[in-house]
Design a protein around this ligand. Sequence first.
Ligand SMILES: Cc1ncc(COP(=O)(O)O)c(C=O)c1O
Length: 306
Amino acid sequence: MSGAMDHLIALPDMPQSRLQEVERHLYVLREDELHPLVSGNKYRKLLPNIAAMRAARKQGILTFGGAFSNHIFSTAAAGMLEKVPTLGFIRGEESSADNPTLGKAAAMGMKLQFLDRTTYRMRYDSEWLAQLQSQYPDYYLVPEGGGNEAGVLGCESIADQLISLDDFDIYLAAGTGSTAAGIIRGLHKNKTKASIYVVAALKGGDFLRDEMDQYLPDADMRSSYELLTDYHFGGYAKWKPELITFMNDWYKKTQIPLEPIYTAKAAYAMMQLRKPHRKSVLIHTGGLQGLAGFRERFGELLRPKV
Ligand SMILES: Cc1ncc(COP(=O)(O)O)c(C=O)c1O
């Protein structure tokens, strides 16, 4: 699959986010506020991928995701803003085409193509991808979740937002691990001292170590993080009432909305594990667009209505 390292790309200027202190020694890096549509880590992953697309002289972005995917939503939005055609290969049935995520993605101009679950599993198979590329020669292929070298490179800039702190703990959620890998590289570049807790959003998240380590060239980067695999609440896109209660209590206390797939799991882990005498930072990676689909499926369990 194409990656930024195939082509020399000029990394676009990255925006700054707000480091919000919610109580003594407890901070939230508001990456969710970076852009109203291209939220959180997606902004940092997609800008370099669009730059890589242009460097490769392709005309559009082709990518993959589930029916409620933040990455699909954000790619559609980034494509609309940057005037880049987007094509989304979606896991599952066409019947989900008008859910809040895919309905808006289509309205923002993304063309959707539905793949049955067996075909969707081929999305990392190099032969299958080569065939897809020959079918869509003008499109730049970006993997699910924006998890490639360009995406990791973009996420290095998250660490620049944390330079004012020193010797602290970071908590963030992982799906592909590429956001975490970028932050680790960025901290290393900036010589910022921090312990990183990577909270697997899916069940059986041990594979994330290999996923992350492929982007971490130094042994000290590879040993600088702890992977937490016990905060998945049943697995990817699963939740338990305890998580919803936590989210509502957290919102009442901080006025900061979370979503149940990623950020609530990382916040929950942080509140369980944090050491009161040390600074802890939650990286709020966004994903709040997913709340509309969550409400549609599970009703009004969540505060606030965003
Ligand atoms: C809101 C949100 N947080 C965290 C993640 C995990 O990021 P990564 O795939 O880089 O581990 C994702 C998506 O994958 C996401 O949408």
